[in-house]
Design a protein around this ligand. Structure first.
Ligand SMILES: *Cc1c(COP(=O)(O)O)cnc(C)c1O
Length: 404
């Protein structure tokens, strides 16, 4: 790093809350799958901002929509109508087969909004006694960072010294349908779960799990809330990860790639019943559903579909997974993934995954470790076969090194 870059890193450390530990690269430009640092070095982005830039960095059509809208109207608040919101609703509902949409900003806000909505549904439709609603969640979940959400996390780092937390959540193991059956009571309003646990290290549940989950939720009048903030919008090779399981959620949460990385946009999608319980004044957001967000999201979902990114994620994801499985390295414990949501889990003796991510940076690849021993790989969905092969070559040479 040159001296001005070292200055930027030091200035961040001096003034910023130290709630992240970034890899030592300062990025200043991006295009498609590539990002450049301030020295002009190019990297293949294998994190995609945790899947928020699935459409690739600075996608020209999303950029054009953003600039065009920013010049006309950015924010009205929901006190007035704007000419983009209805079109966003119509397009996202048609794409996903949803009946009602609630626009928010961050992913965590979508999760919080879903929790409020299913509780309200529980009291007003299901008939749960006031204050008794229960929501079942899974161990090792990641649903965001607000107080309500970290209160039902099982990760000590996420929770410690942030309490007291709100009651009303039950935690069961992920991938265990019998545990769900045992946890449901007459006060259970929802089961909130990720189709594939992302932050936990790309954990794919056993085949058939979600079929059973769907049946249990239906049989017990429990709303199935799928957090597709990371898995949704093509990441796993289908529009929604639920499609791999042949099921439909009652409530689906989207965020991240909903804006292609330009702007925070999230949404709660539901059947008529759940979001239908919200009346004027009972929930809101100053920025939620603003015309700039809607115009950006409309462009982001349009290019995802029109440019075949979902099919490409399936095709390149299969190629990437196969290539990773072909790497013969003593450091690798397991390779897993669906579509372009991939992970390489290292043997604990191989050393920290971060060391390998730093070595990959030296070879022109940016990837992120998670939970000490796992490297996650999630490039933009516009990646080509040649770029996959290029990445695999570098991963193979890095992973066959011993960096313990
Ligand atoms: C990232 C993420 C969230 C939180 O989104 P933010 O925009 O960071 O609040 C929630 N759920 C899942 C599954 C995520 O991956």
């Amino acid at each position: 790093m040159n001296s001005s870059v070292i200055d930027l890193v030091a200035t961040e450390a001096r003034f910023g809350a130290q709630n992240y530990e970034p890899i030592g690269v300062v990025l200043s430009r991006g295009e498609g799958v590539w990002v450049w640092d301030t020295d002009g070095n190019r990297y293949l982005d294998c994190l995609s901002a945790y899947s928020a830039v699935s459409q690739g960095h600075c996608h020209p059509k999303i950029l054009a929509a953003m600039v065009e809208q920013a010049q006309r109207l950015t924010l009205t608040s929901r006190a007035f109508h704007n000419d983009q919101l209805a079109l966003f609703y119509e397009e996202i509902a048609a794409l996903t087969g949803s009946h009602k949409v609630l626009p928010m900003n961050s992913g965590a806000e979508a999760v919080e909004s879903a929790i409020k909505s299913v509780r309200k549904w529980g009291y007003e439709v299901k008939g749960v006694p006031d204050g008794q609603a229960e929501i079942i969640v899974c161990a090792n979940n990641f649903h965001g960072r607000t107080l309500g959400i970290v209160g039902f996390s099982t990760d000590p780092e996420t929770r410690t010294h942030f309490g007291p937390f709100a009651p009303g959540f039950k935690i069961i193991p992920f991938g265990d349908a019998a545990a769900l059956e045992n946890a449901i009571t007459s006060n259970t309003v929802a089961f909130l779960v990720e189709p594939i646990q992302g932050e936990a290290g790309v954990i794919i549940p056993p085949a058939g799990y979600f079929t059973e989950v769907r049946e249990l939720c239906t049989a017990n009048n429990v709303m199935l809330v799928l957090d597709e903030i990371q898995t949704g919008l093509g990441r796993t090779g289908k529009l929604l990860a639920e499609q791999h399981e042949g099921i439909e959620a009652d409530v689906t949460l989207l965020g991240k790639a909903l804006s292609g990385g330009f702007y925070p946009v999230s949404a709660v999608l539901s059947n008529n019943e759940v979001l239908g319980t919200l009346r004027p004044g009972q929930h809101g957001s100053t920025f939620g559903g603003n015309p700039l967000a809607c115009a950006v999201a409309r462009a982001a979902i349009r290019v995802l579909v029109e440019e075949g990114m979902i099919e490409n994620a399936a095709r390149q994801g299969a190629r990437f997974l196969e290539g990773l499985k072909d790497i013969r390295a003593n450091t690798i414990r397991e390779v897993r993934g669906r579509g372009l949501m991939l992970a390489v889990e290292l043997h604990p003796e191989a050393g920290r995954a971060r060391r390998y991510c730093e070595a990959l940076q030296g070879k022109g690849i940016l990837a992120k470790d998670t939970h000490e021993h796992t490297i996650r790989i999630a490039p933009p969905l516009v990646i080509t076969s040649d770029q996959v092969d290029w990445a695999l070559e570098r991963l193979a040479t890095t992973l066959t090194q011993d960096l313990s």
